[in-house]
Design a protein. Structure first.
Length: 82
């Protein structure tokens, strides 16, 4: 990884790709990642892979989630097991 800010910046960008794809970043961080992706082929390839993977999963996972499973997930998020 040899992007604009060096190895450390690339590591941070790749780590934040999920948040970037989910739209969970503030405007400044989103713009910084977007600029990095435009300048760093390695990180752009990682981004493309993650985006394609999410699209493939979304196409295959169209079944509704049973309500009992939703409740179990919500409970585990609020009260994780030790």
């Amino acid at each position: 990884m040899d992007g604009p800010g060096g190895h450390g910046e690339c590591k941070e960008i790749v780590h934040r790709l999920y948040h970037f794809l989910d739209g969970e970043l503030d405007e400044n961080r989103r713009l910084a990642i977007q600029a990095h992706l435009e300048a760093c082929l390695h990180c752009l390839e990682a981004f493309d892979f993650e985006a394609e993977l999410r699209q493939a999963i979304a196409r295959k996972c169209r079944e509704p989630v049973p309500e009992a499973l939703r409740v179990r997930i919500a409970l585990s998020i609020h009260h994780p097991l030790s």
